[in-house]
Design a protein around this ligand. Structure first.
Ligand SMILES: [Zn+2]
Ligand SMILES: [Zn+2]
Length: 129
């Protein structure tokens, strides 16, 4: 049999990869890149083997529903209100101080029923305690 070494190798590699995909699809520790569709924007994104491994190591059993950029956006949204304030590009929200009525900016989304203080009044409140 006459074969070219290169294409033979490629054939072998492709066959081996396909076989591996088919045979070991259900093996928990053998991850393959997968394509998923984002439930937010509909983009097809790669759920890479590394990410799957990371997910599994953290105990997540569900596939991600969103593409990386939508995940980022949601993350920023979720943490935007309080603990995300350490980010250098944190978002400031306009507010009116409940104490002196001055316009001010706060690093969290002002909520109804929760008084917001400007930094001066906030510091004064803290100092009084
Ligand atoms: Zn998306
Ligand atoms: Zn004030």
């Amino acid at each position: 049999m006459l074969k070219q070494a290169n294409s033979d190798l490629l054939d072998y590699w492709v066959t081996a990869t396909l076989t591996k995909n088919q045979k070991r699809g259900g093996h928990p520790m053998d991850f393959e890149d997968r394509y998923l569709q984002c439930s937010d924007c509909g983009t097809t994104f790669i759920f890479s083997a590394e990410e799957q491994e990371l997910f599994a190591s953290r105990g997540y059993t569900n596939d991600p529903k969103r593409c990386p950029s939508c995940r980022q956006a949601r993350k920023a949204q979720r943490y935007g209100n309080d603990s995300y304030g350490y980010s250098p590009r944190r978002k400031m929200f306009p507010a009116v101080c409940a104490q002196c009525g001055k316009d001010c900016e706060v690093p969290f989304q002002p909520r109804e029923g929760r008084p917001v203080y400007c930094s001066d009044c906030y510091n004064a409140t803290k100092a009084n305690r």
